[in-house]
Design a protein around this ligand. Structure first.
Ligand SMILES: Cc1cc2nc3c(=O)[nH]c(=O)nc-3n(C[C@H](O)[C@H](O)[C@H](O)COP(=O)(O)OP(=O)(O)OC[C@H]3O[C@@H](n4cnc5c(N)ncnc54)[C@H](O)[C@@H]3O)c2cc1C
Ligand code: HEM
Length: 419
């Protein structure tokens, strides 16, 4: 890196550390997953109470390790490279996730201690005190920005981070499909429902039969129910010897009307901006949960706005919330729905067999795209509007797990990037 870049950089990183980080970023990036793979076990060994706040499914698959590693490296790179894409969207996503889980400032000391110790373990003698100091500075810059953003979010949501959840009673349970249920929840503490922007999620904490406590995120799939909210949960089945999903299975098999769930304040920035213009909502599988609240919101507030919904699923019988979305869509002046199924019923002449293909549908000018589904689906879907001239900053996405895509798409100035 040139010294001119450093001089002109408004980076909060000290010049001395910037030089060291510039010289070592590549080697840290190359070992980042090894580092985070060591970090979590050593942190959980010393702080077993944190097992109740971290998603153990994401630990088992390694996804959280990869997301943490990618975020720290991307953060360091944008500190030392003024030309690096904006990091704001990654910061906001992490802060919202933390907020929904009740992460507190003092826990950053624990994470920082174990993360830097794991760097030392993996890189060994290569870590001089100077290098350790420089990465310590990077960590605390990242941490202080997150702590500040989270403090702002807690304040806006009127949430005490030591008590991040409220009790909600299950008022109704709807069997949507063979594998999908909706739960309609009402605050059980006599309080009001918080303000929820369509597209936001809540973290739901459950006490599992083996005594473990685990949180998972669920999109608020309907916000048009007065003092109630709805979540819609797809049962996750283990594939190739992997275990069935713990929390989704628990909610399906054990939760009934009258039960109480612990639910966080709404979080997430996969929400509509206050603009007009046509909207394409492209979803697959459980991603449909983001579509219904957005269509409901547009029906309430902008019924003359053009909305196209495109959904892919295994079969029509697996397509949850389909009738509800179509019903609400009929309240719009200009609403079109497309469906793709892996297997199409013989008497269904409206759906297309196979994977979603947006080259087949007319895309109006000034389109905004919101997409939600598994990562391979979103990679595939995003490429067509891009080729057809939709700017990257008008395409937003939501990942139903740790966001392993953020650093990659931000290179192209994705819609999730706020510049
Ligand atoms: C912002 C956001 C919004 C979301 N919204 C929704 C929504 O509206 N509806 C919805 O249904 N879901 C939603 N999700 C997903 C949801 O949070 C859960 O991830 C999902 O329900 C699975 O949780 P689980 O506990 O059932 O599975 P987990 O137990 O977490 O398992 C997840 C996967 O890991 C595999 N796995 C677990 N342990 C191992 C192991 N030891 N070895 C190998 N593989 C393993 C499992 O087989 C499974 O495939 C959302 C997620 C996010 C982040
Ligand atoms: C600078 C410090 C930190 C960084 C860079 C960081 C980064 C991240 C990232 C990238 C994610 C995934 C977000 C997503 O895409 O969903 C995440 C989630 C999470 N973080 Fe942090 N984090 C930090 C500090 C902390 C602290 C102090 C705690 C508290 C112990 C914590 C607890 C969690 C938990 C519980 C999750 C959700 C994990 C999951 O769902 O698998 N983090 N963090």
């Amino acid at each position: 890196m040139s010294s001119t870049m450093l001089e002109s950089s408004p980076s909060p990183l000290s010049d001395r550390s910037a030089v060291v980080v510039g010289a070592t970023a590549e080697v840290v990036a190359a070992h980042a997953e090894q580092i985070t793979a060591r970090f979590y076990p050593r942190m959980f060994a010393e702080h077993p109470e944190l097992l109740r706040v971290f998603n153990q499914g994401n630990q088992a698959t390694g996804e959280q390790s990869r997301a943490l590693a990618a975020s720290v490296v991307a953060y360091a790179v944008q500190l030392i490279d003024p030309a690096a894409p904006s990091f704001a969207h990654v910061m906001t996503r992490i802060a919202y996730k933390h907020m929904s889980l009740g992460i507190r400032p003092e826990q950053y000391t624990i994470v920082g201690h174990h993360l830097l110790a794991a760097v030392g373990e993996v890189l060994g003698d290569a870590i001089t005190p100077e290098i350790a100091d420089a990465w310590n500075e990077v960590y605390w810059l990242f941490a202080t920005q997150l702590i500040a953003e989270e403090a702002r979010m807690y304040q806006l949501a009127n949430v005490d981070p030591t008590r991040p959840v409220r009790p909600y009673r299950v008022i109704r349970r709807i069997e949507e499909t063979q594998d999908v249920i909706s739960l309609i929840l009402e605050p059980a503490d006599d309080g009001e429902l918080p303000k929820i922007s369509p597209g936001q999620y809540v973290s739901v904490f459950v006490d599992l039969p083996d005594g473990q406590r685990q949180p998972r995120q669920y999109t608020v799939s309907s916000t048009g129910l007065g003092n109630r909210l709805q979540i819609t949960v797809r049962r996750v089945r283990g594939v190739g010897g992997a275990p069935d999903g713990r929390v989704s299975t628990h909610l399906h098999d054990r939760i009934a009307v009258g039960d109480v769930l612990e639910v966080s304040a709404p979080a997430g920035d996969f929400v509509l901006q206050p603009t007009d213009g046509p909207l394409l909502l492209a979803s697959a599988g459980a991603g449909i949960t983001t579509v219904l609240p957005i269509v409901e919101h547009i029906a309430r507030t902008q019924p003359d706005r053009t909305v196209i919904v495109a959904h892919a699923d295994r079969t029509a019988q697996d397509h949850a919330l389909r009738d509800t979305v179509l019903h609400v869509g009929r309240q719009l002046d200009d609403f079109t729905a497309y469906t793709w199924y892996e297997t199409v019923d013989p008497d269904d002449h409206r759906s297309t067999a196979g994977l979603m293909d947006l080259t087949e549908i007319p895309l109006p000018a000034d389109l905004q795209v919101f997409t939600c589904g598994p990562l391979p689906f979103m990679r595939h879907i995003r490429s067509t509007p891009l080729v057809r001239g939709v700017p990257a900053n008008r395409i937003r996405y939501e990942v139903f797990g740790p966001d392993l895509w953020a650093a990659e798409v931000s290179q192209e100035g994705a819609g999730n990037t706020k510049t």
